[in-house]
Design a protein around this ligand. Structure first.
Ligand SMILES: C[S@@+](CC[C@H](N)C(=O)[O-])C[C@H]1O[C@@H](n2cnc3c(N)ncnc32)[C@H](O)[C@@H]1O
Ligand SMILES: [Zn+2]
Length: 374
């Protein structure tokens, strides 16, 4: 999670304004501490955890890292787990952001806490799925015209379709256990967030998304308004994938049944069919990564440059190993396939989702030609 926190801190630092943060599942506090310590846009920070031990640890760490003075850090820890003394809270009530300075440490269950406390930025980093916490996060963000949400999910087997029923239950979306399952995972999670937001007349825009190792992490801009909510919902739809020829198509409704190759499409969704990144945010993150000299600078630089290369390309990557296997041809160099496609006039690039995969506006038959003809 070290690299995930590096990337999260870069993404947080790219957000405009001075933001009150809720580090919702803070554990040792390391994520929130880094947001505040490494960036200039954190107005205040509230650490919340169900474990009293964790909250004590977060407080110790925050002091040791100099992100809050002893005075504010030693403010009485709220030990309620279900009821919150919201009215006395520095973050209580809309507009209380101005009053909130420094740090706050809250021993509480996150849902009940978020329900009564508004924030500009909510961090949800639970064990497994963030789905049970999304409504209460929206409750907290709905006080603001503009706010931000950061969500981690580690239930990759569910989102990637290995546990189909669990995905239906947790995300109300049919997953697809296929060669682009990691992109489906990101899109299914965003779809769930869009629907939770719409319940509160909030619209969402993903500004940074990443699928890496055992987790996906997504940063959202959240905007108040029924129109914004409807716009987000209009970006939901289905992907239809042909297991026979590997072609795919996507639309708001999965109306097609048969692939031109005569294969039968398998449908997955609803999921987010919109953009996964805001270009300016990615550029800022790249620039900051060069300045910060993180231990993981090189790996982060590679990931961010892959993302910068794929962010304007069409949805759903092609895994070249899978295409080659289907065509019964030996493995080919990805760089050569990309170059051949580009020479033929297509857009093509590597993707951060999978090191054997490409994103392109070429159709599967053009990719096959590029594989066989290079
Ligand atoms: C995955 S860890 C968080 C890791 C941390 N954000 C980091 O970057 O290292 C999850 C934490 O959430 C806490 N937790 C679990 N359920 C919770 C709940 N309903 N409300 C608040 N905290 C909860 C656990 O005690 C644990 O410390
Ligand atoms: Zn087909």
């Amino acid at each position: 999670m070290h690299l995930c926190r590096d990337i999260s801190s870069l993404a947080f630092g790219a957000l405009p304004g001075k933001l009150s943060i809720c580090d919702g599942f803070c554990a040792t506090g390391i994520r929130g501490i880094r947001y505040k310590k490494e960036n200039t846009n954190a107005a205040s920070i509230t650490f919340v955890d169900l474990s009293e031990k964790a909250i004590k640890c977060a407080k110790k760490n925050a002091i040791a890292n100099g992100i809050c003075g002893k005075k504010s850090a030693s403010a009485k820890t709220n030990v309620r787990t279900n009821k919150i003394a919201a009215s006395k809270s520095a973050n209580a009530g809309a507009g209380a952001n101005d009053a909130a300075a420094g740090c706050k440490f809250v021993h509480a269950e996150i849902c009940s806490y978020l329900r009564e406390n508004p924030f500009d930025f909510v961090e949800l980093d639970p064990f497994g799925s963030p789905a049970p916490y999304l409504h209460d996060a929206m409750h907290s963000l709905a006080y603001r015209k503009l706010s931000y949400l950061s969500v981690t999910a580690t239930d990759m087997a569910v989102l990637c379709g290995a546990h189909h029923a669990a995905c239906l239950k947790n995300y109300q979306s049919a997953p697809l256990d296929n060669e682009f399952c990691h992109e489906n995972a990101v899109r299914i999670l965003i779809g769930k967030v869009a629907r939770a937001a719409a319940d509160f007349a909030l619209g969402i825009t993903p500004i940074f998304s990443i699928s890496h190792r055992h987790y996906v992490k997504i940063f959202f801009r959240v905007q108040k308004g029924a129109v914004e909510a409807v716009e987000s919902i209009k970006s939901l739809g289905y992907v239809s994938w042909c297991p026979k020829c590997l072609s795919r198509t996507w639309a708001r409704l999965p109306l097609v049944r048969k692939c031109p190759c005569s294969g039968i499409y398998v449908h997955a969704g609803p999921m987010w069919l919109g953009k996964l990144w805001d270009e300016k945010t990615v550029k800022k993150m790249i620039a900051q990564n060069k300045k910060r000299k993180y231990e993981n600078e090189l790996e982060i630089g590679k990931l961010l440059s892959l993302i910068a290369g794929e962010l304007s390309l069409p949805l759903f990557y092609y895994d070249l190993h899978v295409v080659c296997k289907k065509q019964k041809v030996g493995a080919v160099a990805k760089s050569k396939v990309i170059a051949t496609l580009q020479k033929a006039g297509f857009a093509a690039a590597s993707t951060h989702f999978n090191s054997n995969a490409i994103k392109t506006d070429a159709k599967v038959e053009d990719i096959v030609k590029a594989i066989k003809g290079h």
